[in-house]
Design a protein around this ligand. Structure first.
Ligand code: ADP
Length: 656
């Protein structure tokens, strides 16, 4: 099927042909046959790089009105926004931040790109543009199964479909075990395919040989004579070197930030800022590029992490994890896409992020640390890492290698990841915290005015549609009761069992904080009302918002614990929680650490100083500052509702 045969205006056909898309990939043909250009609902469960963006564009360009593209990550949202905005005559808009607005400025765009949280919060704040949508494309819809975000995604989609019953839904998913359930929920035609534009072979290394699933072997000569070296790391280095010498690029996945950095150091010893020799200059990483990348990185920040990154980049190597500043992360991703870096050592988060395809993917670690020990990575996650192998138009094939310790390890990894199907996508809506959040939102926005109304609104969720006996009545009843207890909902007058949001409940919903965070902030504000005004400082404001479930936890090492404890003692008059009152003392002490970092930040400390003093990554500092801004905004709005004056909130927020 050719692009020219599609029901598209000539200017779009020209545009796509100009991007190298002339005839459709098989999964795209299947999506067209399933009705994506005819306004029908379609679920496409297909591998990475099989051209999902084009399917989304087809839906938007043939829809009879504005489209919404929902995606999980902000970095991805930006990438897609830029792509849609390039379509001739198409006005695209993007919204990812500002949880307390209806984003009304987005009305009037042909395509709106937003995260599911942003769409949810815009609905809570009265966005009317959602009623005009003709088409909604949901990317990474398998995230329905993720504990934090899944419930938001399914409730938001259910609400969108109630408000615009004729809206076309196109959902794009990684290959999962039960895409038919997602399709049945969305009344959609299912397109399922394992086709990839570049062949992929997956294998496991043990004892000097990689055995691939296509029956081929690859021998990996490792000099294991040095017992001080970790054997899996040496194998990884050899596999990376092999790919680079062949003119390819490599991604190496490891379990933690520290591992990513130390593997990068090890690889930098080899030095990958060099010419590959497959004779195809389009694919080569050229010698000398690393130095340019290093220069760009140096200009973008001089923290210890930044310096380490700069040093390895000069050798053609980078590391990538959530502790990096967002500028550094973006620079590394771009340099890799432009083939100016030979290898990235990454934590698993990169697998679900932006587009960074490589010739060879090495999954050195298949377990990750939890609070208590380690656990196997989900199959879906490992498949997503492997799926990064094979650069369309550049590589003849992609290779993914899992590194095992020995023959037994190979058998285990083979069964666990190579031949195994990915997990099923299961709803997480039944989680009490999720139900509290969404029950409050449904009532506060007026979608529901009673417990029965909440159940009715939830009837359109993935959970309710795919569970034979959803029986949500009990859990929703508990959610309503607890929200009434917390003063966020109240029974209405009259005998009909009606409920409404209290002014505090309404503001909690609008500010997009969880009910637990709202309650903590209100408690804090009430404590402040009884404190001497000299004691109420910016630290007070920060302590309140940092001690909420919506703020990231900050790790508190043993060595720091005593110091933070001393700090909390010496400043106890300014804190809203007494040293003996905290229910979860360790958790509270961590919040005090975050509050202290933020206080020093607004007092003028530099990123370098804070990163050094508190042993956090620049990316961690960034995300805490961003969250603090949002939570202080919520605290400010709630202070108005409960009638407490706390000027420190405004002053802290303005300095962030
Ligand atoms: P994903 O499925 O991971 O979202 P993309 O939509 O980003 O993949 O597509 C991957 C690459 O393939 C892009 O560079 C895109 O331009 C290219 N592509 C998509 N469809 C076609 C096609 N039919 N012919 C040629 N190239 C295509």
């Amino acid at each position: 099927m050719r692009v020219a045969d599609l029901p598209l205006a000539a200017e779009y056909v020209d545009h796509f042909e100009g991007e190298g898309i002339e005839s459709l990939y098989p999964p795209q043909v299947a999506a067209v046959e399933a009705g994506v250009c005819a306004g029908d609902n379609v679920v496409a469960a297909v591998p990475t790089a099989s051209g999902k963006t084009f399917v989304a564009e087809l839906a938007f360009l043939t829809a009879d009105g504005p489209g919404l593209y929902v995606c999980p990550l902000r970095a991805l949202a930006r990438e897609k926004y830029e792509e849609f905005d390039r379509l001739p005559g198409v006005e695209a808009g993007i919204s990812t931040g500002d949880y307390d607005s209806a984003a009304s400025d987005l009305a009037g765009n042909d395509v709106i790109v937003a995260t599911s949280e942003k769409v949810d919060s815009a609905i809570r704040n009265g966005a009317e543009w959602v009623d005009d949508l003709a088409c909604v494309v949901v990317d990474e819809v398998h995230l329905l199964g993720s504990p934090g975000r899944g419930p938001t995604l399914e409730v938001t989609l259910a609400t969108l479909r109630r408000r615009a019953p004729d809206v076309q839904i196109v959902a794009l998913s990684a290959t999962v075990d039960n895409p038919e359930d997602i399709a049945a929920w969305l009344d959609a035609e299912l397109v399922e395919s394992t086709w990839r534009p570049v062949d992929l072979r997956v294998g496991v290394h043990a004892e000097g040989t990689v055995r691939f699933d296509d029956g081929t072997d690859l021998s990996v000569p490792v000099d294991a004579a040095d017992p001080a070296r970790d054997a899996d790391t040496e194998v990884t280095a050899e596999l990376v070197a092999g790919a680079v010498d062949d003119g390819g690029q490599a991604l190496a996945f490891v379990a933690s930030r520290r591992e990513a950095e130390s593997l990068a150091d090890r690889l930098a010893e080899e030095g990958f800022d060099r010419d590959g020799d497959d004779g195809d200059e389009r694919t080569d990483v050229a010698a000398g590029d690393g130095a340019t990348v290093a220069e760009g990185l140096r200009d973008a920040g001089a923290t210890g992490t930044g310096q380490r990154l700069t040093e390895v980049a000069a050798r053609g190597v980078a590391f990538h994890h959530a502790g990096l500043s967002s500028d550094h992360r973006a620079l590394v991703e771009r340099a890799f896409r432009e083939r100016k870096l030979a290898v990235i050592c990454a934590t698993p988060t990169l697998a679900a992020g932006v587009n960074v395809p490589a010739r060879r993917v090495v999954v050195r670690d298949q377990r990750r640390y939890t609070g208590e020990g380690t656990e196997w990575l989900p199959v879906l996650e490992v498949h997503q890492m492997c799926g990064r192998a094979g650069r369309p138009h550049l590589d003849p094939y992609g290779e993914a290698v899992l590194v095992a310790d020995d023959a037994d390890g190979r058998a285990e990894l083979w069964e666990r990841y190579v031949t195994a199907d990915p997990e099923r996508v299961e709803s997480k809506l039944r989680d009490p915290a999720a139900l509290r959040t969404h029950t409050l939102a449904l009532v506060a926005t007026g979608i529901a005015g009673s417990q029965a109304g909440v159940l009715d609104a939830l009837a359109g969720t993935f959970y309710a549609s795919r569970t034979s006996n959803p029986n949500l009545g009990g859990v929703v009843g508990d959610a309503v009761a607890s929200l009434i207890d917390d003063g966020l909902l109240a029974a209405t007058e009259g005998p009909d069992g009606g409920i409404e949001a209290t002014p505090v409940g309404e503001q909690v919903s609008r500010q997009y904080v969880t009910p637990d965070t709202g309650v903590r902030i209100v408690d804090g504000l009430r404590t402040v009302a009884g404190m001497a005004s000299d004691d109420v400082t910016e630290l007070t404001a920060f302590e309140i918002v940092c001690d909420t479930p919506d703020m990231d936890d900050t790790y508190l090492g043993n060595a720091e614990r005593a110091e933070i404890y001393q700090f909390a003692r010496s400043r106890s008059a300014e804190l809203t929680t007494g040293m003996v009152d905290a229910d979860d003392f360790e958790g509270w002490l961590e919040s005090v650490k975050t509050a202290r970092i933020l206080t020093e930040w607004v007092d003028g400390a530099s990123v370098e100083e804070l990163v050094d003093a508190y042993r956090i990554g620049p990316g961690d500092l960034e995300s805490r500052i961003e969250r603090a801004e949002w939570l202080l905004g919520a605290a400010d709005a709630l202070a108005d509702v409960v009638g407490v004056e706390l000027p420190a909130i405004g002053s802290a927020r303005s300095k962030l």
